[in-house]
Design a protein around this ligand. Structure first.
Ligand SMILES: [Mg+2]
Length: 261
C-alpha cells in the first residue's frame, strides 16, 4: 500500500501513512531499546563466569577468540547463520572441547556460560517512550515483535504488550526474508497492507516489510541517510517513537479493542 508522498527523497519517503492500520509489528534491538554496549557487556559476563567456573577455558578464550570460533563455525555450518543462540552455544562447545571437556561436563559449561551471556544481553535500556507507546497502541491493534536476534520479550517483562512474536531462529530465515514477514502476517490475521512494520534497519526492516506488502516505517535514530546502493521502497520515516505515535494515530480503528491500561 503506498504511503502519502511528499515528493521528497526520490519520491519514496513520506512522513505519513496512507492506509488503515490493523496491526503493528516492531523490530526490537535499537528500535524499542538502545543496544549500545549491551552485547559487549553480556560477553564480559560470559568471560567472568568462565573465569570463575572454568579458568582453564577462560585462560585460552576471551570474547574475541570466541567470536573467531563462531565465525569459523558459521562458515562450516551456514544453516546456523539464522540462529544466533545455536551459534553462540556451538562456539562455547568448541572452546570447551579444546580444553578436554566432553559429555555432560561440556554441556554444563555451555549452558552456564550461555546463561551468563543471555542475562547480560537483556540488560537493555528501554527508550522512555517505549512502554507508553505499547500501552496505548495495544488498546487499538494487535502488536507483534519480529527479531533476527535472541532478545526475548518475556525476559524483559514485555510479553504482556505483544500479541505475537516471530524470531529468525524459529523461522529458519532472517529479515529481510519474506518468510519472516509472512509468518508475522499469519499471526496478525489481518491483510498485509494494513500491517505497519517499524524498525531501525533500512534493509532488514524497511525493504523486508515493503517487499512483503506491509507498510514500512524507518527510524534512523542516528540521523543516517538511506544507503545509495540500496533500493528504496516506499516507506514513512520518523525520528522517534513519539513521532511514530503521531503518524499512526489517524489510521487506527476508531474503537479501542481493550481498555487503556
Ligand atoms: Mg534493530
Amino acid at each position: 500500500m503506498p504511503v502519502a508522498r511528499l515528493g521528497g527523497e526520490r519520491g519514496l519517503m513520506a512522513d505519513a501513512l496512507a492506509g488503515p492500520v490493523h496491526a503493528v509489528t516492531f523490530d526490537l534491538d535499537n528500535t524499542l531499546w538502545d543496544l549500545a554496549g549491551v552485547i559487549e557487556l553480556a560477553e564480559q559476563r560470559t568471560d567472568e563466569w568462565l573465569s570463575r567456573h572454568y579458568p582453564d577455558v577462560a585462560s585460552r578464550h576471551d570474547a574475541s577468540t570466541l567470536r573467531q570460533l563462531r565465525s569459523a563455525i558459521a562458515e562450516r555450518q551456514p544453516e546456523l547463520g539464522h540462529d544466533v543462540t545455536a551459534l553462540r552455544r556451538e562456539g562455547l562447545r568448541a572452546a570447551g572441547r579444546e580444553c578436554g571437556y566432553a559429555g555432560t561436563a561440556l554441556e554444563a559449561l555451555v549452558e552456564g556460560a550461555f546463561e551468563a551471556f543471555i542475562q547480560g544481553r537483556h540488560e537493555v535500556r528501554l527508550y522512555d517512550e517505549t512502554i507508553p507507546l505499547l500501552d496505548w497502541l495495544g488498546c487499538y491493534v494487535p502488536l507483534g515483535a519480529i527479531t533476527n536476534g535472541n532478545a526475548d520479550v518475556r525476559r524483559l517483562s514485555l510479553s504482556g504488550h505483544f500479541d505475537f512474536t516471530v524470531s529468525a531462529m524459529e523461522i529458519g530465515a532472517s529479515k529481510p526474508s519474506h518468510l519472516v514477514f509472512e509468518a508475522a502476517a499469519g499471526r496478525a490475521e489481518v491483510a498485509r497492507g494494513s500491517i505497519v512494520h517499524v524498525g531501525d534497519n533500512c534493509e532488514c526492516d524497511v525493504v523486508g516489510a515493503a517487499q512483503a506488502g506491509m507498510q514500512a516505517v524507518w527510524i534512523p535514530y542516528a540521523g543516517e541517510d538511506w544507503p545509495e546502493d540500496l533500493h528504496m521502497p516506499e516507506h514513512a520515516r520518523v525520528r522517534s517513537l513519539s513521532e511514530l505515535t503521531r503518524i499512526l494515530a489517524p489510521h487506527l480503528p476508531s474503537q479501542a479493542r481493550r481498555r487503556q491500561s
